[in-house]
Design a protein around this ligand. Structure first.
Ligand SMILES: *Cc1c(COP(=O)(O)O)cnc(C)c1O
Length: 415
């Protein structure tokens, strides 16, 4: 737990609000975020970057609730988006279009046009054909598209293969060896304005050294381009800084940024960063209720009302999330499998957890602020959970629970 999710008089609180009160008021399952935790994690970046020409563009995909985006926008953050939908969210949250960068390997013509008309800061282009399409779309609108090329520095981020993105075999970005040629092509296109370079090497990185390795490769490319008359104005180092889920040594933002800032000192380059998980992961928890207990000969199952459709990370990556009782009991713990009601054996939230629980007890699945609600689905026709943001002693509903009727309303019978 942390300063924002803490025990007070035997009750788990978010800031000053007992989670039990939130469960009573908003029911379970329910995501709960701490505004102060969101602000504190952004401030870690802003403090390290004080006096530096830099922009933090929060990666919207990690948690795209507009109230979360709004907390960051109010503090001056920009956004890294990967779809037209995320652009609409960012605008609805009060984002400054001039602080939005657009990533993603498959931007559609419509998405490009929308972003061009919005006047975003930069398109992070991921392939040569995307560059051609963007040039055409910009031309048809009489606009010029500011671009950065996502270059694949081919460094090993030493993280889970599903979330490692900077290796040659990944679908993202352009190969380092091909980047120079594509930049030359971009510089020759009439509706393209070459402004920067970007990379994103992976997610949940606990060792900051691959970031510096990637930066060195990008800097040598920047110098090579400059020698050939192509001057870049910004460098975007992506996201990927890891957080503590269990007992990992969480790198400080300083240990990540200082080596990068040292390398960049004296260069007239604006620095853009795209942290996602690091800004929201430990600012959220998934609140759930133990519905049934099924002690067995081999395993004890605690069936809770949250499931893999609410939080996919355990099923998807075998990820660990701490699971803590909201009102801890002082009886002896047993070992539980924490599972959801979905008809899949992979529907678990935690294995072998020593917990003293009774039916009806509330549990908090910790570190669920990133890639939690954002990756949720309606599998098993389960309406998605509510989302609540705590601000001091107030709890605000920032996304109400879906209803089954709303899900059915999108479907129709054959005539
Ligand atoms: C997902 C993603 C991020 C954020 O990654 P985190 O690991 O959550 O920090 C940043 N940039 C790009 C291009 C991404 O795809």
């Amino acid at each position: 737990m942390n300063a924002f999710f803490h025990l007070d008089k035997g009750h788990l609180h978010v800031e000053s609000v007992p989670l039990r009160d939130i469960a009573e008021r908003f029911k379970t399952p329910c995501y709960v975020y701490s505004r102060a935790a969101l602000e504190a994690s952004l401030d870690e970046f802003l403090n390290e970057l004080a006096g530096v020409n830099a922009l933090v563009c929060y990666a919207v995909k990690a948690n795209s609730n507009i109230a979360v985006l709004n907390v960051f926008a109010r503090r001056g953050a920009g956004f890294d988006i990967v779809s037209g939908g995320e652009l609409k969210r960012a605008l609805a949250a009060g984002a400054d279009p001039k602080k939005i960068v657009f990533s993603g390997v498959g931007k559609s013509t419509e998405e490009m046009a929308f972003a061009l008309k919005t006047g975003i800061l930069c398109f992070n282009v991921e392939s040569a054909p995307e560059l051609e399409r963007l040039n055409d779309v910009a031309g048809s609108l009489g606009l010029k598209a500011p671009i950065s090329l996502r270059v694949n520095p081919n460094v090993d981020a030493k993280t889970h293969p599903y979330i490692s993105t900077g290796l040659k075999e990944n679908k993202f970005g352009v190969a380092y060896e091909e980047a120079f040629g594509i930049y030359q092509r971009a510089a020759a296109l009439p509706n393209i304005e070459v402004t920067g370079i970007d990379c994103h090497i992976g997610s949940q990185l606990l060792d900051p050294s691959p970031f510096a390795e990637a930066l060195d490769k990008l800097l040598s490319l920047i110098d090579q381009l400059a020698a050939n008359g192509i001057t870049l104005h910004h460098i975007d180092l992506g996201g990927g800084l890891g957080i503590r889920y269990q007992d990992e040594d969480e790198p400080t933002v300083g240990s990540y940024l200082q080596p990068l800032l040292q390398r960049l000192a004296g260069r007239p380059l604006k620095i853009i960063l795209e942290p996602g998980r690091r800004l929201v992961g430990n600012a959220g928890a998934l609140l759930t209720k133990a519905d049934f207990l099924k002690p067995g000969e081999v395993k004890n199952f605690a069936i809770v009302d949250a499931a893999m459709n609410d939080l996919a990370r355990p099923a998807l990556y075998d990820a660990w999330h701490d699971i803590v009782p909201v009102v801890p009991r002082d009886t002896a713990p047993s070992i539980w499998e924490i599972v959801g009601p979905i008809c899949e054996s992979g529907d678990f939230l935690g294995h072998n957890r020593p917990l003293a629980i009774e039916p009806g007890d509330l549990l908090a699945i910790m570190s669920a602020g990133a890639y939690g609600m954002a990756m949720s689905s309606n599998y098993n026709t389960r309406p998605r959970a509510a989302e609540v943001m705590v601000d001091g002693d107030q709890a605000h509903l920032v996304r109400r629970r879906e209803t089954v009727e709303e899900l059915l309303a999108l479907e129709s019978l054959l005539p």
